[in-house]
Design a protein around this ligand. Structure first.
Ligand code: DX5
Ligand code: ZN
Length: 214
């Protein structure tokens, strides 16, 4: 299992310490949540903070843009050091063009679906993307309850990926812990984002190791 701890739940007053913990752990990526207060009802952090994290992070940055019209920020996202750029299906008018532009900028392209968006909406793009991120909560906040229907979506997405010959990874974000993570692993998820489960654990590194072993 690929594990991508969400820095949204880190202690922003001790970012270096929390980055070093992820570096020393078995985590695979850093998950970075950008919110614009328009696409989602919250504002998190932006490019200067990502740039600071990139300087110290020793693992790829999995950047999740919860913003309207993310096309405006493709070059900027690349320049601050993103490995993967996650854009929301619901925020892109010309998704095929957006995916092409992300690739041309030299990043992996991931498309994110809100809980109410069916995986079938991706039939004609899934072969062109590197990853699909399924939101298992409504985006905007950490610490929310996992939406059970996500298990069903993972199974249907797994079938769609096989049917279309896509190589896309399946990543899940929201309410992931050891219990929901086990169900997601069984359903066919490749990557798990976890914020509060990791940073709220008594031993975050052990929690990452346990998620990794799912
Ligand atoms: C929510 C963000 C998530 C968030 C997950 O909108 O996209 O990445 O940090 O937090 P938890 O794991 O606490 O649900
Ligand atoms: Zn996220």
């Amino acid at each position: 299992m690929i594990v991508s701890p969400s820095m949204l739940s880190a202690d922003f007053g001790n970012l270096d310490r929390d980055i070093d913990m992820i570096n020393a752990s078995q985590a695979d990526w850093f998950h970075l949540d950008v919110m614009d207060g328009v696409f989602v009802p919250n504002i998190s952090f932006g490019f200067p903070v990502i740039e600071a994290i990139a300087k110290r992070a020793a693992k790829p940055l999995d950047v999740h843009l919860m913003i309207v019209d993310p096309d405006r920020y493709i070059t900027r996202t690349r320049d601050v050091g993103a490995h993967t750029m996650n854009v929301h299906f619901e925020a892109c008018t010309h998704l095929n063009r957006t995916v092409q532009a992300i690739h041309e900028a030299g990043m992996k392209a991931a498309v994110t679906l809100n809980p109410a968006t069916p995986v079938e909406m991706l039939r004609d793009i899934v072969a062109d993307v590197d990853m699909v991120l399924l939101m298992s909560v409504n985006p905007g906040f950490g610490g929310q309850k996992f939406i059970e229907n996500t298990i069903n979506k993972v199974q249907r997405l797994r079938a769609l990926i096989a049917e279309t010959g896509s190589k896309a990874l399946i990543e899940i974000d929201g309410g992931v812990n050891l219990t929901t993570g086990k169900l997601l692993a069984e359903a066919g998820a490749d990557a798990l984002v976890a914020g509060s489960a990791v940073f709220g654990a008594p031993d975050p590194m052990a929690e990452i190791a346990a998620l990794k072993a799912l």
